[in-house]
Structures are given as C-alpha cells and as structure tokens.
Design a protein around this ligand. Structure first.
Ligand code: PEP
Ligand code: MN
Length: 334
C-alpha cells in the first residue's frame, strides 16, 4: 500500500481478496503496509488490484516460500516473549543445559544464565539421541523442573518438541517450542506447531538447504503461526575438525531472504567448548539475531553433549564478550 494509505483502503483490498477466495494477511510496518495474498493465482488475477485506492504496487513473489519471504513483511519480525525480544535491533542470548538432568543442575544453571543477562533459558526434556542407549531426557519430570526455573528466574523457557503426541504437554510449559535439526522436515510436526500459539525455534536440518529450511518455516506460517525464529546449527560436510560445519554464509543469505529472526547455535556446530566463543563472535558479526548456547555447572558429568558445554562459572565472562560485540553491531541483548 502507498505510504499513508488509510485503514479503510487496506480493509477494502483485503475484503476484495477474500471475496475472490484468496487468503490475505496484513503486515503494518513503520513506513508502509504490505498485504500478502496466497492462494490461486488465477483467482487473484480477476481483481484489478492496481486500481484500488491506496494500492502502490502489486508484486508477484516468485520464490517458493511466500509468508516467510522478506517481501511480505514491511519490517523485520521481532519475537517478543514476556518483554524479552529477538529480532531487528534485539539480540537474543538463549542459554542453558543441553538436557535437564536434575533439579539442582537446572536451577543452578538457570540462576547463572539469568545473572549474566540472558534472554531465555534452554533445556531439553525430550532428547533426540543418535543412540537409543543414550540418555533420552527426563520428559514430563524435566518440564516440571523447567517451570520451576522460570518461576524463580523469570526467564522464558525454550524446550524441544520431538513427537506430535507430546504437543500438548510441551506447549503448556514451553514459552518457545524448539524443533530440532532431526525434525526440521517433519512436516506433520511443523503443521502442529503452526497451529499452536507459542513461538517456534526452528533448527536447520543436518543436510537441509537454505531453501528447504525456509519451506519448513512456511509449513508453520501457513497454519497461522508466524512467530518463528530460524536457527543455523551447523551442517554435515566432509570436514570433521568441528562436530558440524557452521554455515555462516547461510545466515547472511537467510537475513536477505526472510523477515524472520535468524539465530546461530555455536555449541552444536563446534562440538567443543573452546570454539564456542569464536563461533559466537562470528555469528554476531555476520548479522545473526541471537545465539543459543549450552552451559552446565559440571560439564564433565553431563549426560549429553558434555564436551561442548561451557561451565556455568564461565558463562558470565562469555556473555560479557558477546555483549560487547552486540553493542558494536548497534544491537542490544533483548
Ligand atoms: C539441542 O539443542 O540440544 C539439539 C539436540 O540440537 P540439534 O537439534 O540442533 O542437534
Ligand atoms: Mn545438545
């Protein structure tokens, strides 16, 4: 719509689109309003959109993803949970243990992470493990511990949903639902969380292209939930010196292609704690909207991902380093 188009003019265009059987979503930005139409091109072609009052331009989106494409949103999307923000000028610092193991381990971590000024607390209750003999997570018991951690620290909770049968219990506890790398293209699960009212942190699959990641996000958005954070967490390549290869180029491409916030997981990419800070720095510099980092009070005793977890005693120093660079990028930890 043209700058200054009236609410009545916007409503008029939306009404005509809906009459024609096309889905219309309105995005009101600082400078302009964008109306995104999805559906049958032929139906849309019956409307003389360019002639309607207030319409500035009609642009086809040629990309296979539509709702998550940068073109359909007037401004970058900011995900807000309990006053914490990720996106635009707000940098998200999400931290916590790989897995919730005990009440003490989780609360101790939550306190350290809160004291260091983190945005949200992460912690796995249901764990996707390569071996069926490895620790699989405490499930419902872990969710109760996470609720207690939130109550004490005020930090919103990010936790993974693995199975459509757990949607209700995970959604009840989580403030942000994590979809892990191994479920990145589990389309039924994506559609499920698309119908929930909680933001979704969608990780890139181990061998998923940028376009496939955006199409996965489109599955969520199509169901009505457009509060999505994308996460680059490293991909499989021939290189074995890091656990995965952190694809920072993908972050730059994603920032170009989508209005959604894009964060980086340096912990799973590195696989070893001494590389987490340099990769986190690189993430900030490339323009990521946040990082998600693993930290544990006693990493050597961790039941999962011990080698990559930062000791909580060192987390405040880590956060201070990240904060300095975030400020240099003109952003603030949200
Ligand atoms: C995790 O965040 O603990 C995790 C399992 O991540 P990913 O799905 O990226 O492997
Ligand atoms: Mn982990």
């Amino acid at each position: 719509m043209a700058p200054g188009a009236s609410a009545g003019e916007v409503d008029h265009v939306v009404a005509r689109m809906q009459e024609a059987g096309v889905d219309a979503r309105v995005s009101v930005g600082r400078e302009a309003t964008v109306i995104a139409a999805t559906g049958d091109r032929e139906l849309l072609a019956t409307l003389p959109l360019e002639g309607y009052p207030g319409v500035a331009q009609v642009l086809p989106i040629l990309k296979p993803y539509k709702l998550v494409a940068r073109e359909v949103s007037a401004d970058p999307t900011v995900i807000e949970v309990d006053g914490r923000r990720i996106g635009d000028s707000w940098f998200g610092l999400i931290a916590g243990p790989c897995s919730v193991e005990t009440r003490d381990q989780t609360l101790e971590t939550a306190r350290a992470v809160a004291a260091a000024g983190a945005t949200m607390l992460r912690g796995g209750a249901f764990k996707p493990r390569t071996s069926p003999y490895s620790f699989q997570g405490l499930g419902a018991q872990a969710l109760a511990i996470l609720r207690e951690a939130r109550e004490e620290t005020g930090l919103p909770i990010v936790t993974e949903l693995m199975d459509p049968r757990h949607v209700q219990e995970v959604v009840e506890t989580a403030d942000v639902i994590q979809i892990g790398a191994r479920n990145s293209q589990n389309f039924l699960l994506l559609s499920e969380v698309g119908r929930s009212d909680k933001p979704v942190l969608l990780k890139r699959g181990l061998s998923t292209s940028v376009e496939e990641l955006l199409m996965a996000a489109e599955y969520i958005a199509k169901e009505g939930n457009e509060r999505i954070v994308l996460c680059e967490r490293g991909i499989k390549t021939f290189e074995t010196s890091t656990r995965f290869t952190l694809d920072l180029g993908a972050v730059a491409v994603l920032k170009h292609e989508t209005h959604l916030p894009v964060i980086v997981d340096p912990s799973h990419a590195a696989g070893r704690r001494d590389l987490v800070l340099p990769l986190a720095r690189a993430a900030v510099a490339v323009g990521a909207d946040g990082i998600i980092v693993e930290t544990h009070p006693r990493p050597e005793q961790a039941l999962s991902d011990g080698p990559q977890q930062i000791p909580t005693a060192e987390f405040a120093a880590f956060a201070a380093e990240v904060r300095e660079l975030v400020a240099l990028m003109g952003k603030e930890i949200g």
